[in-house]
Design a protein around this ligand. Structure first.
Ligand code: HEC
Length: 127
């Protein structure tokens, strides 16, 4: 009888600690997923920055270019209401400019993949 009661208590505390372990695993899982998301985001921004340096900075960061139209400054682009052309600043409008070009700005449709363009837009959001 006494032995049985003791067993019952043991299984109860075992169940409790089992719950504790589940909670810890749950928290670890959430933490793991979040740090994974942060890593993916960091990676995307780094890729976007590389594309910007390789394909955009040559015009948009240069001073004294002898171009008929001066490339607009893209710093804080997404904090503005309008693009220099007057179009509202949205991902879609910026994507269109990148893919199709504008005036003397060349199209990047064949040069940048969709993934590159999305990373570039993410990066432009942070500038
Ligand atoms: C050969 C030089 C050149 C390169 C390279 C270039 N741009 Fe441009 N960009 C321009 C010029 C010039 C304009 C102004 C076009 C106009 O309004 O006629 C412009 C305009 C823009 C605009 C504003 C469009 C609007 O609607 O007013 C955005 C956004 C832009 N560029 C983004 C980029 C991004 C992102 C890249 C890199 C993938 C890039 N550009 C590469 C020259 C360039």
């Amino acid at each position: 009888m006494r032995k049985k009661a003791k067993n019952k208590k043991n299984s109860y505390s075992l169940w409790l600690s089992g719950g504790g372990i589940l909670v810890i695993f749950g928290l670890l899982l959430i933490f793991w997923i979040q740090s994974g998301n942060a890593r993916v985001k960091e990676q995307t921004l780094a890729e976007g920055q590389t594309s910007y340096q390789n394909f955009c900075a040559g015009c948009h960061e240069a001073s004294g270019l002898q171009l008929a139209t001066k490339p607009p400054n893209l710093h804080g682009l997404f904090r503005r209401k309008k693009l220099p052309s007057g179009a509202p600043v949205t991902d879609q409008a910026v994507r269109d400019v990148i893919l199709n070009g504008r005036g003397i700005m060349p199209p990047f449709k064949g040069t940048l993949s969709n993934k590159d363009v999305e990373a570039l837009i993410q990066y432009l959001h942070t500038r």
